[in-house]
Design a binder for this molecule. Structure first.
Ligand code: SF4
Length: 428
């Protein structure tokens, strides 16, 4: 009999995270939910939906639906055609939870095959996950077990870990040891968060300098632990540096902010055709240019962003309060513990590339929080600013194809060289 991959919830995720659905319908208003052919047939067979809902199409063909090819159709405002006025799913209401597409049932859980398990992560673009209130995650174990049987790749008993660096593959044991070290760093609550971010960055950079295939098995853990300890000591010894002004590679950094802050694309059946695609591309390029201007207004990447100048966002802001730092720590902890910052859920990036992207995304969260604070007329941050920023950015990280366009790896490498500066400026 084939052994089934079991869900694996890391103890740090279990300890720090709770979740209860708030029935806010956010996911149903934003994402294009992929539906497999058999799911399309099963949903079609339930009732005469077209008549009941007053829609022409139930499904829409689009490349962003991934291998499924089709997604649930949406109204022009982005709302799923199956979402009712009470923010509830009509398929669920009339035919039960199991009748919904798998992607809807899984949300907000993310699974990463790792060894003989499926590592479980959570999507922080779900307000229920951000809030972390309600049920402990242990309550979902039965459901997660059921999902595992449905999504474990057929016939695969052992999934290899993501690469450690772009040029180096390691065993699962070694990958796990390094991932655990990243977790120990981010959860070292006695160290200020900004210093932990620098620490993660330096540790990741160190991983790139070693030829790991030359390191004997018995020395591996000691070497990793030695790096971790010595890099923290180095950070403690360093005198605070003054900020580079202007920030290095600021145009490229703003382009990254632009890409990672995109609203989730709304796909409707009425907007097909090469002309519309071209118009959309031109609009993106225009806005990206606006972002790379020395000054000027903040482009309305998100519709509720305020009318402020780009320069205003570079003013001095208050340091992050404790509840904001604790929330950002929880977000990063869950991403690392769930291994959904590298590998199949993050553009098949290696661990080091994935960490670079996650740290740059944290910098982008710091920048986006400034927008939320300015809209409320503050230069000090509040927890809802952090929730808003993480919801936007986490929803793009690993999912948005915009982050892979053009020379994305080159952009990542260039920006990573200046991460210390960016962390000092945006993640206080
Ligand atoms: S976005 Fe999260 S909280 Fe809102 S309905 Fe979906 S699962 Fe529930």
């Amino acid at each position: 009999m084939n052994k089934i991959m079991k869900p694996d919830l890391h103890p740090e995720t279990l300890r720090r995270q709770r979740y209860t659905c708030q029935c806010c319908g956010r996911g149903c208003r934003t994402f294009l939910v992929p539906v497999r052919p058999e799911e399309r047939r099963a949903i079609e067979a339930l009732t005469d939906w077209r008549k009941r809902l007053g829609v022409g199409e139930l499904f829409v063909k689009h490349r962003s639906a991934g291998p499924a090819g089709y997604g649930l159709a949406k109204w022009t405002d982005g709302r799923c055609v199956f979402l009712d006025d009470d923010n509830l799913c009509i398929i669920h209401k009339l035919h039960g939870f199991e009748a919904k597409p798998l992607a809807c049932r899984l949300f907000p859980f993310v699974f990463t095959p790792l060894g003989d398990t499926l590592r479980v992560g959570l999507r922080f673009d779900c307000p229920g996950v951000c809030e972390s209130a309600g049920q402990p995650l242990t309550q979902y174990l039965r459901e997660l077990n059921r999902f595992s049987r449905q999504i474990a790749p057929a016939g695969v008993k052992q999934a290899p870990p993501p690469k450690l660096t772009p040029k180096c593959s390691v065993s699962l044991k070694r990958f796990d040891a390094v991932n655990e070290t990243l977790l120990q760093i981010i959860t070292s609550d006695a160290v200020p968060l900004a210093m932990r971010l620098h620490w993660l960055h330096r540790f990741t950079q160190h991983l790139l300098r070693i030829k790991w295939s030359n390191v004997p098995e018995e020395d591996f853990d000691d070497l990793v632990a030695m790096f971790k300890g010595s890099l923290l000591a180095e950070l403690h010894r360093e005198k605070p540096l003054s900020l580079s002004s202007p920030l290095p590679q600021w145009k490229l950094l703003r382009q990254f902010f632009f890409l990672v802050c995109q609203p989730t694309m709304i796909v409707t059946s009425g907007k097909k055709g090469p002309l519309n695609t071209l118009k959309e591309r031109l609009r993106l390029i225009r806005r990206m240019k606006e972002m790379a201007a020395a000054d000027g207004s903040l482009p309305k990447i998100q519709s509720d962003w305020p009318d402020v100048t780009l320069n205003k966002l570079e003013d001095d802001f208050e340091p992050w309060p404790d509840d904001v730092s604790a929330f950002i720590t929880r977000w990063l902890t869950c991403r690392i513990a769930g291994v959904n910052y590298c590998g199949p859920n993050a553009y098949n990036y290696s661990l080091t590339e994935g960490m670079d992207l996650l740290l740059l995304a944290t910098v982008a969260v710091g920048w986006t929080m400034r927008i939320a604070a300015l809209r409320a007329g503050r230069c000090a941050f509040a927890l809802p600013d952090a929730h808003e920023a993480v919801i936007i950015i986490d929803g793009n990280l690993g999912y948005s194809q915009a982050l892979t366009i053009g020379p994305s790896k080159l952009r990542l490498q260039t920006l990573t060289q200046h991460l210390d500066d960016y962390i000092r400026h945006y993640c206080l």
